[in-house]
Write a protein that binds this ligand. Structure first.
Ligand SMILES: Nc1ncnc2c1ncn2[C@@H]1O[C@H](COP(=O)(O)OP(=O)(O)OP(=O)(O)O)[C@@H](O)[C@H]1O
Ligand SMILES: [Mg+2]
Length: 277
């Protein structure tokens, strides 16, 4: 059976401030969706809310997989249901090696009832699996012995993200990509890695401003967010249009949300972008 990840009229507040104001979409396993939108439109908020970050309070609507509502589940339980989020800004955990982190993460997903210190995947079995996934992705085995994200370059953090995906094999992967600081090699690492991993078993939501990522992983659906709402949904050509001409056209087509965006920004006290960006 093909699983469906669904957001239905989802409303989310952060510190009491409404950010998402009714977001709906459906992603089936095997599909690639792109989520675009100007800075501050709510894309990362949606990603965090989907995976259950405690700061992002669901005030209305629902998130579900196959009609099982996830709203009240903590992030671990959501991960067990098959959700995975690659962070826009991944954390560093000095003292925890990549291999140990992955062994725990994979064990938690595969043996949901395990208690801490018990039920870890046997070391030999895990090493074999890790080695073969790293081989497939063209990664140096030494990487597994490094501390998680400590001193990692932007490109290495991206490799880590792809390795996690390869090991955890989630039903739904949400990738919140930084739009700055990545050189073209790092973008290629994610693009090619993701292309290798995408298949009928995985649904992907890619949040990105990188055209290249979407060239390798052509989305069937592109969603555009403005002021906490998805204002347009189209195919891959919508993503290309946004890459070449920016969000001016979207703002023009959706004046009410564009006006709301200005209000949100002045409330947040941030610098208002020029309308042509
Ligand atoms: N933890 C938080 N605390 C306070 N405000 C927040 C928090 N998270 C998000 N916001 C606010 O919510 C709005 C949407 O932010 P969000 O990070 O979701 O935007 P985005 O679309 O991901 O932007 P970008 O393209 O820059 O990554 C912004 O006004 C932001 O200031
Ligand atoms: Mg963001």
């Amino acid at each position: 059976m093909v699983s469906i990840l669904k957001a239905d009229n989802l409303q989310v507040s952060v510190d009491g401030k409404p950010i998402l104001k009714g977001v709906s979409f459906e992603i089936a396993q095997g599909q690639v969706h792109a989520l675009m939108g100007p800075n501050g439109s709510g894309k990362s908020t949606l990603a965090y809310a989907l995976v259950g970050h405690p700061k992002y309070e669901i005030t209305g609507g629902s998130i579900s997989i196959d009609d099982v509502v996830l709203n009240e589940l903590d992030p671990c339980e959501r991960a067990r249901k098959g959700l995975f989020l690659a962070f826009q800004y991944p954390v560093t955990i000095p003292g925890v090696k990549v291999a140990d982190f992955l062994r725990h993460a994979v064990s938690n997903i595969r043996n949901p009832d395990r208690k801490e210190g018990e039920g870890l995947i046997p070391m030999r079995e895990f090493r074999k699996e890790l080695r073969s996934r790293m081989d497939e992705l063209g990664m140096d085995p030494d990487f597994a012995r490094r501390y998680l994200n400590e001193g990692f370059s932007g490109g290495e953090k991206k490799r880590m993200e792809i390795l996690q995906l390869a090991m955890l094999k989630p039903k739904f992967a949400i990738l919140d990509e930084t739009d700055s600081g990545l050189d073209s090699d790092a973008v290629r690492v994610v693009s090619e890695g993701l292309q290798k991993l995408c298949g009928p078993e995985m649904g992907v939501l890619i949040i990105t401003h990188h055209e290249r990522l979407l060239e390798y992983n052509v989305p069937q659906h592109t969603h555009v967010m403005l002021a906490g709402r998805i204002v347009e949904t189209g195919d891959a050509s919508l993503a290309s249009e946004l890459h070449s001409s920016g969000y001016a056209g979207v703002r023009e087509r959706h004046p009410a949300e564009a006006a709301e965006e200005l209000v949100d920004k002045s409330v947040a006290g941030s610098i208002v972008e020029p309308a042509t960006v």
